[in-house]
Design a protein around this ligand. Structure first.
Ligand code: LMR
Length: 332
């Protein structure tokens, strides 16, 4: 009897010291995100969930919660650190407020001339060393997932930097994005992604920036009269997990999940450009927004207004890091 009690107490002891998500069978991974299922990130998450079930023979179940169903931008990172969810894929900008300001380097306007240039950074040493900075926050970075280059939208036409004067534009919580909007003469407004549609609809803000896939799936084109295909900045993600949870996974489950993540990453990165191209085409076809393409002189004027943000933000994100990115991309 006493032995049984001891064994039961031991079992309880083991259970409490493990992450609660590991004490279940199957092991449940809650994967929370803020965008629609029908986006590069949403589809990547769904693919990962499918493959994870398959490669762990049902030992792990990944539950995907899209559209800020569980948490909004900032809260989802806190929830991950507390272990209330196990996996997220926040945009890189969102690591700044967590105290890993270096990630805001990805927000610098016109820092990546192309997706190839971006891939050289995320797939190389710089990408790896940035992910490792998350460990101190109790977070393990698993992969970079692509979305795309951003377009700028408003209810007035945005052709030259002068057109931005005094406009209230929603941004993610990033000092670099704040500096970017100020450099254009606009007034940046930090707001959670889930609140943007309504803010645009009610005129709380005049406009915003996002890749076409996000703009389309949130129906922002229905409440924005103009959008400029400026490709002035990049938006992508880091897939992250609660470090303690990840480290404590049984080895066989971990192996299956690593395989599933590698394949889901290839998939998400392969579909991202087409998802954005299709979203842009769909918004053009919907006819609610007028799309503006910048001519060479207009593009040059945007670049002239925005490039100083690199120097202005060097002290925040790291001058060396910016130099490393210039070197890796062969640009600037
Ligand atoms: C945003 O807040 O605009 C984006 O980070 C949303 C996302 O996750 O793509």
């Amino acid at each position: 009897m006493r032995v049984m009690k001891y064994a039961a107490a031991l079992a309880v002891g083991v259970m409490v010291s493990l992450s609660p998500a590991l004490a279940q069978s199957p092991i449940v991974i809650k994967f929370s995100h803020v965008v629609a299922p029908d986006t590069p990130k949403g589809k990547g998450a769904t693919k990962f969930a499918e493959l994870a079930g398959q490669y762990t023979a049902g030992k792990v179940k990944v539950e995907v919660y899209p559209n800020s169903q569980l948490y909004k931008d900032k809260e989802e990172l806190e929830a991950l650190q507390l272990g209330a969810v196990q996996m997220l894929a926040p945009s890189l900008a969102k690591f700044g407020p967590l105290g890993v300001k270096e990630f805001e380097v990805f927000d610098l306007p016109f820092i990546f001339p192309s997706k190839d240039a971006l891939n050289k950074v995320t797939k190389g040493e710089v990408g790896k060393s940035l992910l490792s900075k998350l460990e101190a926050k109790g977070i393990t970075g698993l992969a970079y997932w692509d979305n795309g280059f951003k377009i700028m939208s408003a209810n007035s036409a945005l052709k030259t930097p002068d057109d931005f004067l005094g406009l209230k534009l929603r941004i993610q919580s990033s000092k670099v994005l704040e500096a970017q909007m100020k450099a254009l003469g606009a007034v940046p407004q930090v707001m959670a992604f889930s609140e943007v549609y309504q803010a645009l609809q009610t005129g709380v803000v005049d406009g915003t920036e996002n890749p076409p896939s996000n703009m389309y799936t949130q129906k922002m084109h229905e409440v924005q009269k103009h959008a400029t295909v400026s490709n002035h900045g990049y938006l992508g993600y880091a897939v992250i997990v609660n470090k303690k949870f990840w480290d404590e996974l049984p080895a066989d489950a971990r192996a299956g999940l690593d395989k599933a993540m590698a394949e889901a990453t290839d998939y998400a990165n392969q579909i991202a450009q087409k998802e954005n191209d299709d979203a842009l085409a769909a918004m053009k076809a919907a006819g609610k927004t007028t799309f503006i393409e910048l001519d060479a002189a207009q593009k040059a004027a945007w670049m002239k207004a925005l490039k100083p943000v690199h120097d202005e933000m060097a002290a925040r994100v790291g001058k060396d890091l910016i130099e490393q990115i210039y070197k890796a991309t062969g640009a600037n």
